[in-house]
Design a protein around this ligand. Sequence first.
Ligand SMILES: Nc1ncnc2c1ncn2[C@@H]1O[C@H](COP(=O)(O)OP(=O)(O)OP(=O)(O)O)[C@@H](O)[C@H]1O
Length: 240
Amino acid sequence: MLRAEALTKRYEEVEALTGLELEVRPGEVYCLLGPNGAGKSTTMNLFLGFAAPTAGRAWVCGLDVQHHLIESKRHLAYIPEQVHLYPHLSGAENLEYFAGLGGSAVSGPEIAALLERVGLPAAAHHRRSGEYSKGMRQKVGLAIAVAKRARALLLDEPTSGLDPRASFEFSRLVRSMCDEGVAVLMATHDLFRARDLASRIGIMSAGRLVWEGGSGDLAGEDLERVYLEHVRRAAEEAAA
Ligand SMILES: Nc1ncnc2c1ncn2[C@@H]1O[C@H](COP(=O)(O)OP(=O)(O)OP(=O)(O)O)[C@@H](O)[C@H]1O
C-alpha cells in the first residue's frame, strides 16, 4: 500500500533522508521513531507529494507519487499533529466540507454516524470546532479519513499532547481502521503507543533507517533500550 524505494531527499546542504526502504501493507501500522530531525516528517511529505525526492521513489497503492500526484492523494488521508478545522464551523460542518472536498460527499445521518464512530460526543457535533480540544479535532480528522475511504493513513505525531485516555481512544480508532484493511504510517515520539499499536517499528537517525522490526522481534525486549542503543550507535558511526 505504501512503499519507499531508495527514497532520498536533500535540502541544499542537509541530506534529510538517505536511501529509505520501507513497506506498509494493508492492515499494518508502521511506526517511525527517531530523534528530532531524523527524517520522519520528510518521509511523510514525500508520500504526500509535498516535496519531490532527490532520488528514489515513493509508491502509494502502486502509484509513483511523483508521476501520479493527484491520483495517489485520493488514496491517502493525512492527520498532522495539529488538525486544522474551520473554527467557526461545527465538527459536522467541517466533516461535510472536507469530505466533499475529497470527493466523498456525506449527508446528515452519515455525518452523525461517522462522528459517533470516532467517539465525538453527540453534544459537540454541532458546536463550533474553535471550542474543541486537540483530541476532539483529531477525531474529526479521523472521521474525514474514514469518509474518504482512504486506503492509507499518514499520522504525524498524532498522540503528542493527548491525555492517556484520548491517546488510548485514538489507538482504538486507528486499529479499527486497520481491521478494515487501511495501511497506517505513523511518525511518533510516543514509544508506549508505538509498542501498543505497531505491527512494525522503524527507528530512524540522521535520515537513515537504523533498525526495523516487527512486534514479535520485541518480545521481552524494552523498546526504549532498543531505541536508545540504535540511535546512540548511529550517532557514533556518523561521528567516526
Ligand atoms: N523544507 C526544509 N528545508 C530545509 N531543511 C529541511 C526542510 N525540512 C526538513 N529539513 C531538514 O531535514 C532534516 C529532517 O527533518 P524532519 O522534519 O524530517 O525530521 P523529523 O524526524 O520529522 O523531526 P521532528 O521529530 O523534530 O519532527 C532536518 O535536518 C531538517 O532541518
